[in-house]
Write a protein that binds this ligand. Structure first.
Ligand SMILES: O=P(O)(O)OC[C@H]1O[C@@H](O)[C@H](O)[C@@H](O)[C@@H]1O
Length: 382
């Protein structure tokens, strides 16, 4: 009975009467958070505030995936409160199908070292190798290359350094620093800062790479943006005249060329790097949305759709990626940095990205990064 009271009638006054550990216990039993590792580590973390009725209405706690029929649970409100001032109502109002979840990383090992199965919210199991989506970070290598494809930044835990509201827009900054895992592949000391701002109808992201080593280093990078789409109707405008490195058929020996088309379409497999791409591209996602992708300092772009290599879902998404110097490395001296300034995605009806794998989840903003909160590994998606 007390468990039910906690979950179903979480009136604020109740929280004041019930000890924090009892509320924690209720939530664990309910499977609401799935995994609260600070307890296991002997740490106590402030319990999240209960969602306000307004927020609850704006962001349903579960929804069925129209494609698979799988019922998904949303726990974004808990994340909102853990982020302190981060107003999740605002984020939720951007979509009713946004997934924000914790995931379980029992061993604390980097994701690429985990077994195939990864637990989401203790209700969903997704297969890592088949899962793509959101805006993974390709750093310090946009593959292929000497280290793992697209580098290690998308596989490891980032931490939240700041969350605030800037001129009414929720903003969160994530940080990644070198550790023994990154040094085993790339022996440099660095700091990467990733700032995400949710404007009312657009998303902007800034990636900053700072060399904290004694020696200069070089890197290549990309923000691997997945958009949901109806691939037969997709076109990208703005690339005419750019130099191309076509990774089809051999990604390790891309063919040099020049884009002659006003609109690039996706009739089959596409994997192409555009060198010196313009600072603004327009994506028609084939679903009735025109998405403007503008940037500063991302010198290159990548278009990718796997076609039959991902038969189950290739029709539902397209990647239009901002990238940095994919032919020539970027040298960064000690204490100096490179900043991408802005990847600004905007369009009238909101954005969608797709997660492709065992489950397909569509939502307007699906920014994924592993973050550390309360010294526990969590998987955070906006
Ligand atoms: O499967 P991954 O590692 O996420 O990469 C997906 C694709 O990402 C694109 O950016 C690359 O150009 C492709 O070559 C690659 O296949």
């Amino acid at each position: 009975f007390p468990v039910l009271v906690c979950i179903r009638f979480p009136a604020p006054f109740l929280q004041g009467l019930i000890p924090w550990w009892f509320l924690w216990f209720c939530r664990v039993r309910a499977g609401d958070s799935g995994w609260l590792p600070w307890r296991a580590r002997g740490r106590r973390c402030t319990l999240p505030a209960w969602p306000s009725p307004r927020a609850t209405a704006a962001c349903p706690r579960s929804a069925s995936n129209p494609r698979t029929g799988v019922r998904l649970r949303f726990i974004c409100l808990e994340h909102a409160s853990r982020l302190g001032r981060f107003p999740m109502e605002r984020i939720c109002s951007l979509s009713d199908q946004m997934l924000c979840s914790t995931a379980r990383n029992p061993s604390g090992r980097p994701r690429d070292k985990l077994d195939k199965s990864y637990e989401f919210n203790s209700h969903l199991t997704i297969s890592f190798s088949e899962t793509s989506g959101g805006i993974p970070h390709c750093f310090p290598q946009f593959g292929p290359g000497p280290m793992q494809q697209h580098g290690f930044a998308r596989n490891v835990n980032w931490s939240i350094t700041d969350s605030e509201v800037t001129e009414g827009d929720p903003t969160v900054t994530l940080e990644l620093k070198d550790d023994s895992y990154s040094r085993s592949m790339w022996d440099f000391s660095f700091q990467a800062l990733y700032k995400v701002v949710l404007h009312s109808t657009s998303l902007s992201t800034t990636l900053k790479i700072i060399n904290t080593d004694d020696k200069p280093f070089s890197f290549t990078s990309a923000l691997h943006t997945y958009f949901s789409a109806s691939i037969a109707g997709v076109s990208v405008k703005g690339l005419k005249g750019s130099k191309t490195l076509n990774k089809d058929p051999d990604p390790k020996n891309p063919l040099e060329g020049k884009e002659e088309r006003d609109e690039v379409t996706f009739p089959g497999f596409v994997d192409c790097v555009y060198l010196g791409a313009p600072s603004e591209l327009t994506l028609d996602n084939g679903l009735g949305d025109k998405i403007v992708i503008s940037n500063t300092n991302w010198s290159d772009a990548v278009l990718w759709n796997p076609h039959l290599q991902m038969e189950a879902c290739y029709k539902d998404f397209v990647c239009v990626e901002n990238a940095k110097r994919l032919k020539q490395y970027n040298w960064v001296q000690k204490n100096l940095g490179w900043q991408s300034r802005k990847l600004n995605l905007s369009e009238a009806n909101g954005l969608r990205t797709v997660q492709c794998g065992e489950y397909v989840v569509k939502g307007p903003f699906y920014v994924s990064a592993n973050v550390n909160m309360c010294h526990s590994p969590m998987y955070f998606n906006l």
